[in-house]
Design a protein. Structure first.
Length: 222
């Protein structure tokens, strides 16, 4: 067992430094107190490797854009490296959220959709493709989110049906209703998205209405 010559404590395992004063330990180490998962170590290595690749791409793009002034054809004033960095950093954030424990699937899906929509709209603004993003991409992504929430609500066995229902209603069906009220005339993709949202909302109530009622009683102590 290793010892700290300053704190006068014994430290088990194979630590090289004292956990109290960070001084180098003396003596022979022992086997680790807790078993080491080789699978987790490999996953951690892969995560760090992809993070290094992403940061390398971001740094390279910023250098080519701002130092060598390499521009995209047709967009001489656009700093494309900033948009690339935005997408890659959003990708990294989503990966961290996906593997973070204690976060429900409804929150993960909702956060993923919101970040994707924000980055898409910003990109479309600078590339002058806002009409494509707003009239087609946004409703298609919202329809996909509501479909995923409906499937997960049907498969849920942990009593979280209401989370999927509210997520699909708030971030999927409600924007369609607001768009319809504001414009009075909706593009085809938005109309299909609203129809899909209404059908899936009704289906959740029909198939999981009892679970939703139980969740309400449990959460509000009724």
């Amino acid at each position: 067992m290793k010892k700290c010559p300053y704190c006068k404590i014994e430290v088990s395992g194979r630590n090289d430094k004292c956990p109290l004063c960070q001084s180098r330990l003396t003596g022979e180490g022992e086997d680790a107190v807790f078993p080491v998962s080789e699978a987790l170590k490999f996953k951690s290595f892969l995560y760090k490797l992809q993070m290094l690749i992403v940061l390398s791409i971001v740094i390279t793009g910023l250098g080519l854009d701002f130092m060598y002034h390499i521009k995209l054809p047709g967009f001489p004033k656009l700093h494309w490296s900033l948009i690339l960095a935005m997408w890659l950093l959003a990708f990294e954030f989503l990966i961290m959220r996906q593997f973070r424990p204690g976060i429900g699937s409804a929150r993960k899906i909702t956060m993923m959709v919101l970040i994707m929509l924000i980055t898409t709209l910003i990109t479309a603004h600078y590339f002058k493709l806002m009409w494509l993003a707003w009239d087609w991409i946004v409703p298609i992504v919202l329809a996909g989110m509501m479909t995923a929430n409906f499937v997960l609500a049907m498969l849920d066995r942990q009593g979280n049906t209401m989370a999927y229902l509210l997520s699909g209603l708030t971030f999927g069906l409600l924007p369609c209703i607001i768009r319809f009220i504001a414009d009075k005339k909706m593009p085809l993709a938005w109309t299909i998205c609203m129809i899909i949202g209404a059908i899936l909302f009704a289906g959740t109530i029909i198939f999981k209405g009892h679970s939703v009622a139980n969740e309400l009683r449990r959460r509000f102590n009724v």
